[in-house]
Design a protein around this ligand. Structure first.
Ligand code: GLC
Length: 461
């Protein structure tokens, strides 16, 4: 892919965001787009109500944690594995199970993890209760293959995280894998690349579905209120009608019976409450609810050799881009087998938090941009307010807002709300006088207070 050279220092970020939208939408599979029709079924008042906090909160922490953090990405001659290591290393169950006794995360501190998320401005946490390897990171009575019975740890980290989240005011949510490479009744033919750690020719999917339902019941009964059940098939079921095969609607109905306010993502094969574009930002705003999930380096689970961390600049520009399209951002960390969050992710999250502390108002509770284009960055909106996220600062101190027809009653930098900026209305644009020097080198937010709902000329350049 050729890199377009941009004249401004912030040009490459805008360019990267654009590439994100374009290239990833072509390259990556994902549930996004599938959910349009059924999102309509889901637009009942209860769906509106259920997703109210989600639409408001915008930013969450994703955690991929399991016994795959013991090999830490290395197996035989390869170093690029992570949570898929059982499949990518072609490891039989009997051999993979041996990671469990080595998993003893004595440094795990639920309060510390939750505080890190909170300080980064995140409002919810989604953690792997069971990934594709089938290992249960919570106390399950339905299998011995869980953290309490198969590891020396002797604690249920999900209980501790649920309590810490409740205390800190974050919503606690579970990821749960539909595919299971370990459970004897999960048929290999439905798994990715037909893989199973111990394939069973008599595997009975219906029995597996009963197990899965039982586990979902446990998760929704033993950990207090759950914000989201975040299912993931991870490309399994090989184009078979997954929703029918696993009786997805029954699972959703059961969830709502147990916890009516629990949100369900779109990866049970049904659209449910929202779409989950993965590692890509949609090119345009959508009226359907969506949440972009993304890694902070190149892996979801812990890989000790991967130090390719995204910068705070990338994360914050992504966040403004996603919020400007009406979506949420779920950003991942992959903790170690000792129970710590890798330093590279901590560093980025701390910087993100500094910006959020000052500018969070321009993210939480906002809706998509009313503009088709904003040449200098992105825009988010709230009743009576537009938040202009300026990545590309005007060197002449004049920020042009093309196409805005509303009367602007007040303008100021979000970081200096007591210092109003002069606004000059014009025919095809509004111009805001801003300091010559860019105050926040990543994303300076300029607030426009406007009269009425945003009116943007369709002839906007
Ligand atoms: C991808 C990964 C999977 C991860 C998921 C999160 O599908 O393969 O391991 O859990 O993304 O969305």
């Amino acid at each position: 892919m050729t890199r377009v050279q941009q004249s401004s220092p912030h040009g490459p970020i805008l360019h990267r965001l654009w590439l994100n939208g374009l290239a990833w939408s072509v390259l990556v599979w994902g549930g996004f787009g599938l959910h349009t029709a059924a999102a309509q079924d889901a637009s009942s008042p209860s769906n509106e109500k259920r997703t109210e906090w989600f639409r408001n909160d915008k930013f969450g922490l994703f955690v991929h944690w399991g016994i795959y953090s013991v090999p830490a990405g290395e197996w035989k001659d390869r170093k690029d594995h992570a949570e898929w290591i059982m499949l990518t290393g072609n490891i039989p169950s009997a051999e993979y199970e041996r990671f469990a006794p080595g998993f003893n995360p004595v440094k795990f501190d639920a309060k510390e993890w939750v505080q890190l998320a909170k300080d980064a401005g995140m409002k919810y946490l989604v953690i792997t209760s069971k990934h594709h390897d089938g290992f249960c990171m919570y106390d399950s009575k339905l299998t011995e293959y869980d953290i309490l019975q198969a590891t020396p740890f002797g604690r249920d980290p999900m209980k501790e995280l649920a309590a810490a989240c409740n205390q800190a005011g974050l919503k606690f949510c579970f990821y749960y894998s539909v595919v299971d490479w370990h459970y004897s009744d999960f048929p290999a033919k439905y798994s990715q690349r037909g893989f199973h750690g111990n394939p069973n020719p008599n595997a009975d999917l219906d029995k597996y579905v009963e197990y899965m339902k039982g586990q979902v019941r446990e998760l929704l009964s033993n950990y207090g209120p759950i914000g989201i059940m975040w299912f993931d098939g991870g490309g399994s079921f090989n184009k078979q009608p997954m929703a029918e095969l696993i009786h997805a609607q029954e699972i959703i109905d059961m969830i709502h019976k147990l916890q009516p306010m629990c949100i369900v993502n779109d990866r049970l094969g049904l659209p449910a409450d929202y779409g989950t574009p993965e590692q890509r930002i949609p090119g345009q705003a959508s009226k359907d609810l969506f949440e972009v999930c993304m890694t902070l380096n190149r892996h979801w689970g812990y890989n000790k050799n991967d130090q390719d961390w995204k910068s705070p600049e990338t994360i914050l520009c992504n966040l403004a881009d996603i919020a400007g399209k009406g979506g949420n951002y779920l950003l991942n960390v992959g903790p170690t087998a000792e129970g710590t969050i890798p330093e590279g992710s901590v560093r980025t999250l701390r910087e993100v938090g500094k910006w959020m502390k000052v500018n969070g108002e321009s993210i939480y509770g906002t809706t998509a941009s009313p503009f088709a284009k904003t040449p200098w960055g992105r825009c988010t909106a709230k009743s009576g307010k537009l938040y202009l996220h300026v990545f590309d600062w005007p060197t002449d101190g004049k920020l042009a807002v093309p196409g805005l027809r509303n009367k602007v009653t007040k303008a100021y930098l979000l970081a200096a709300s007591d210092k109003p900026c002069t606004v000059t209305p014009g025919n095809a644009q509004v111009t805001v006088a801003v300091p010559q020097e860019m105050p926040d080198k990543i994303d300076t937010v300029v607030v426009l207070e406007i009269q009425g709902d945003p009116q943007v000329s369709s002839a906007q350049p």
